[in-house]
Design a protein around this ligand. Sequence first.
Ligand code: G
Ligand code: G
Ligand code: MN
Ligand code: NA
Length: 250
Amino acid sequence: RMLELELSQAIREGELELHFQPLVSAETQDPLGFEALVRWNHPIRGMVQPAEFIPIAEQSALIREIGDWTIREACRKAAQWPGELMVAVNISARHFQLSDIAEVVRLALRESGLPGERLELEITESLLIEKTDDVLERLREIKAEGVAIAMDDFGTGYSSLSYLMKFPFDKIKIDRSFVSASSEDTVARDILRSIIMLGETLKVRITAEGVETQEQVEFLRGIACQQLQGFYFARPLNPADLAHYFIDHF
Ligand code: G
Ligand code: G
Ligand code: MN
Ligand code: NA
């Protein structure tokens, strides 16, 4: 495939870049950190979204190079940010299979100087479906570096609750479909309330994703959701927009 060939050159050519979307405190609306979202700045096609090229990368071993690069680049960038801001990196299940992620994380922290406590890895349930014991062991190894593990897209898979029993997640990111539905649907609001209570019981931090309206912010604050993320606060920011964001907020 044409795109696959080009993708293999993209890293070397410096065509991949990270955009960063803020996660804010629900209480103060101050930024707590950013989620790294990879983009491919293709010389002819323009900005290619991850939904287009991550699946292609996952079909080959390219996801290993892209994923390893993303971890190292996210740490390198975050080490230059003001204050104690954290950075969250999405890890695909296939990347986790192909790479020694714990080793990559250790290298990324060492070469950037970023404290492990300021890095978070976002994983989805698809990772936990396979070879659970091995995966859990490697996640523990990563946690031992001080790095937090978040369950991404919570509520959309088919076995989220059983995974919460099997592994001590530091954070749950509630899928944006619940936040979106909450504007119209009392059941969605009841589910959100229940997930917050679950988080309190398990001592797991909760982030609500896909926050787009003031009304959603107020509802989520009212039910004591701690962290918010979504277009209401900011879209994923390219390097120039991120620089402006820092000027405005620090
Ligand atoms: O940024 P955007 O909303 O277009 O992201 C679309 C999807 O691509 C999301 O599910 C997101 O988690 C995923 N994605 C974005 N960046 C990365 C990345 O660096 N690695 C992996 N594995 N997935 C990513
Ligand atoms: O799967 P994951 O949660 O990593 O997906 C992140 C994706 O969600 C990114 O592509 C990002 O652009 C998108 N996103 C972030 N905030 C919002 C939002 O408020 N609304 C919508 N529709 N998408 C969002
Ligand atoms: Mn994510
Ligand atoms: Na998510």
